[in-house]
Design a protein around this ligand. Structure first.
Ligand code: SF4
Length: 307
């Protein structure tokens, strides 16, 4: 069974491997500052689900330079995607954010921009800025959906209802050349596998380009950690999860690019499930599950754990 990986997609676009470099635009989140809610999503860490981003104190140009230096030993490709990862990267003064996006793009080796945000935090002015950006470069917008089930969404304090997400996807898909990537979480407590697959089926019917699938990671110093410690719930073991992923991939529309298969929290902050920390073993197991054909043909395969 195969699927469209991020590496394959980048190669088809740019003819080579491309690295995503995580940047910090200095934003907060309406689900944390009181506009929508306080405390944020139950699983969100203090860094706004962006453990690997550069320091927000530094100007974007400097963040780009340092991020490139960090991956220099892995990459001689010379092509990067600026990834505004943590918190809500369309939330704030639009002109200020536009200047930050453009600062990242001023580096000639940055060939595109990926902006993570919430569907309820894109103003009309911001839609216009995003459209303008598509005239200059590749633009991906990443929206955190996590689940389509309202009961779970309330439990996780997502702070918006499904129609809000649908409206944002619709508006974004009307901007030609802008690609939407949706984040979903599997193995949420109180969700059956069938419920998780309903979320996947729903995504398959959206005008989206890509998906990031994560299994629920419980991170230190989150409200989820407190809940888990008080009343531990079971989480899938690696083998079970990868078997489940095979069903997920079968159900997903084949043209949707899969950017990620597991949660990607920092190892030092991970409480459970601990198998996620062994990235090499996870990567090998996923490769074995999905690339049997390609292995038989002796071709190399790379699973991108982007973001
Ligand atoms: S929307 Fe994102 S940044 Fe905001 S609380 Fe939820 S996970 Fe954290």
């Amino acid at each position: 069974m195969s699927y469209k990986s991020a590496n394959e997609y980048y190669r088809s676009l740019f003819g080579q491997k491309v690295y995503r470099i995580a940047l910090d635009a200095g934003c907060t989140c309406p689900n944390r500052d009181g506009s929508v809610g306080f405390g944020g999503c139950i699983f969100c860490s203090g860094s706004g689900s962006g453990e690997f981003a550069a320091s927000r104190e530094k100007p974007i140009v400097e963040q780009v330079k340092e991020a490139k230096e960090r991956v220099a030993n892995k990459s001689c490709s010379g092509k990067y995607i600026a990834y505004f990862q943590n918190f809500t990267n369309t939330y704030g003064d639009e002109d200020d954010l536009k200047a930050k996006y453009e600062a990242a793009l001023s580096d000639p080796e940055v060939v595109g921009i990926s902006i993570a945000t919430r569907p309820d935090a894109i103003s009309d002015k911001m839609y216009g800025i995003l459209e303008e950006l598509t005239k200059k470069t590749m633009v991906w917008i990443e929206l955190g959906l996590q689940t389509i089930h309202e009961k779970t969404a309330k439990w996780m304090r997502r702070g918006y209802e499904l129609p809000v997400f649908e409206e944002a996807v619709k508006r974004l898909s009307e901007i030609s050349d802008l690609e939407v990537i949706v984040h979903v979480i599997m193995d949420l407590p109180k969700e059956t596998k069938e419920m998780m697959l309903e979320t996947i089926d729903y995504c398959s019917h959206l005008p989206i380009h890509g998906i990031k699938i994560a299994n629920l990671n419980i991170l230190r110093d989150t409200d989820l950690e407190k809940e888990y410690m008080k009343d531990p719930f079971s989480l899938m073991e690696m083998d079970e999860y990868i078997k489940f992923l095979e069903v997920v991939v079968e159900r997903l529309r084949p043209d949707i690019v899969i950017y990620r298969f597991t949660g990607d929290g920092a190892k030092r902050a991970l409480i459970a499930p601990l198998w996620v920390a062994n990235k090499r073993a996870v990567r090998n197991a996923i490769t074995a599950a999905f690339t049997k054909d390609r292995v038989v043909q002796g071709k190399a395969f790379h699973h991108e754990n982007a973001g």
